[in-house]
Design a protein around this ligand. Structure first.
Ligand SMILES: *Cc1c(COP(=O)(O)O)cnc(C)c1O
Length: 479
């Protein structure tokens, strides 16, 4: 196309001001505000100019575009004013999916957030005395009850009756705070088998160096004995750190000391032991058929001085990092100025308080991730069958197959739950294309692709979303 012709095409385009005077656009501006509509009009015209300059539009195409300008501006406006963060349907069967926001919140948490955050609150205010208060009191009392009560009735061991808990932004921050408080400028001993990287660039050696502590590695990748810890202890050792391996397993010729061995070494030498538990369940995982996964209470009972864990993994609450343990050590962390930098806001306290109350009421069904973990394979299979019957499209081939849901979020990597899957293929589409169309539907449906089929696990789909998944599949299979 010749340059001269291009300039003719540019001249056909209205100015922004002309465009804003058109009836449809005036109506749009009355509704959505002049500034936003003007931005959208400018963006649409700029895009058209670019297309002309790239030689993508001839004279007829420009006429068509001009006829559709009002529609294009409205479309652009909707896009600009829509949320980027939005709800999706998780049909992957991974319960704690970090990319999909980990734990969905329970409904009482949302009510409590609305009640306390849409007005003023007593976040740091003692209502009775009228004096300044502390934000951590709101959950401290609940953690006290959940963690200390679990020692009552134990009988065997003197309860560390004084477990206290503080909250920071996430578990990475909790580990950082513990290290900086207890071992700044001094040594922390960690097994070489636990120098892990958790997704999203949380690496134990890096966090240790950022905390100001000095890493003293002991043992080997596959085997570390208590004697390795013992012989590494020096004048400058301030901490023993145990890290949950979270997302990988070491099998075969392996060894690591038990919690009891670590605790007795720590007591003998007067050096505290901190455990980064990662997921940190507050309920008995055996009750959902997952064994060998230590919970918060298990570690505290074993005598670990401080455990750190996430709020939005197995706890099923908001993003947060929890530090629970010996009151004197937690008090030191609370008075560290890093604690102020890592503190959480009122939304987190509200969501956490509601989550903990559900535990105290033993209302495990109220907590979405617990409900999902407790759902039986039969229950999920029945929902899958009902969904399969509603799949009307002739192009779809549907089978219901045995499979496994994954707990995820750095619980034991082997922690899987038996499930029933909808295994779907479509005549005219590859499995990847079908999965892509599902992601493009509104709300997006996220599924797995395996062996040329799309696999949907209803364990992680809320039951009132089953029909949405069905219609997304029906629509996606249409030509
Ligand atoms: C998940 C995990 C972390 C990071 O926790 P965040 O809450 O995501 O910051 C740290 N350590 C372990 C062992 C984990 O599993």
């Amino acid at each position: 196309m010749k340059t001269a012709a291009k300039s003719d095409l540019y001249r056909k385009l209205p100015s922004v001001d002309d465009l804003l005077r058109e009836t449809e656009i005036v109506a749009l501006a009355a509704h959505e505000g002049h500034a936003a509509v003007a931005d959208a009009a400018r963006a649409v015209l700029t895009r058209l100019r670019t297309e002309i300059s790239d030689g993508h539009l001839d004279s007829a195409a420009v006429d068509v575009a001009i006829a559709g300008l009002a529609g294009a501006v409205e479309h652009q406006l909707r896009k600009a004013l829509s949320y980027s963060l939005r709800s999706v349907i998780n049909a992957t069967g991974v319960i704690l999916h970090t990319n999909l926001g980990r734990a969905p919140l329970l409904s009482s948490a949302l009510d409590h957030i609305r009640d306390t955050a849409s007005t003023y609150s007593n976040l740091e205010f003692e209502v009775i005395s009228g004096e300044r208060g502390k934000r951590d009191v709101h959950v401290e009392r609940l953690f006290q009850k959940l963690l200390n009560d679990s020692f009552a009735g134990e009988g065997t061991r003197a309860a560390p009756a004084d477990v206290s808990t503080i909250v920071v932004n996430n578990n990475a921050a909790a580990v950082l705070l513990a290290l900086n408080t207890l071992a700044d400028g001094e040594e922390v001993i960690v097994s070489r088998g636990e120098l892990v990287e958790i997704g999203g660039s949380f690496r134990i050696p890096d966090v240790i160096s950022k905390s100001g502590a000095v890493l003293r590695e002991v043992g080997t990748t596959n085997r570390t004995r208590i004697a390795d810890y013992e012989s590494a202890i020096s004048q400058s050792t301030r901490l023993l750190l145990r890290v949950h391996r979270s997302n990988f397993q070491i099998s075969g010729f392996t060894e690591r000391p038990s919690l009891q061995e670590l605790v007795s070494l720590s007591r003998k030498r007067g050096i505290p032991v901190v455990e980064d538990l990662g997921s940190g369940a507050l309920f008995d995982l055996n009750s959902v058929g997952v064994s060998g996964e230590p919970g918060v209470i298990h570690s505290l009972r074993a005598g670990i001085d401080v455990v750190t864990y996430s709020g939005d993994k197995l706890l099923g609450g908001p993003q947060a990092g929890l530090l629970s343990g010996r009151r004197d050590l937690i008090a030191r962390m609370r008075s560290n100025s890093l604690f102020r930098a890592l503190r959480v806001d009122k939304l987190t306290y509200a969501a956490l308080e509601a989550t903990l109350l559900a535990y105290i009421k033993r209302d495990h069904e109220a907590i979405p991730v617990l409900r999902m973990m407790r759902a039986s394979k039969d229950e999920i299979g029945k929902r899958a069958e009902i969904a399969a019957q509603k799949l009307a499209s002739a192009a779809l081939k549907v089978k219901i197959a045995d499979g496994e849901s994954v707990i995820g979020g750095g619980a034991a990597p082997s922690a899987v739950l038996p499930t029933r899957l909808l295994a779907v293929s479509c005549d005219d589409l590859s499995a990847e294309e079908l999965a892509e169309r599902l992601r493009a539907s509104d709300p997006p449906v996220i599924a797995r692709v395996e062996d040329g089929r799309v696999l949907l696990d209803l364990r992680t789909v809320f039951p009132d979303q089953d029909d949405v998944v069905v219609s997304a599949l029906n629509r996606a299979s249409r030509r």
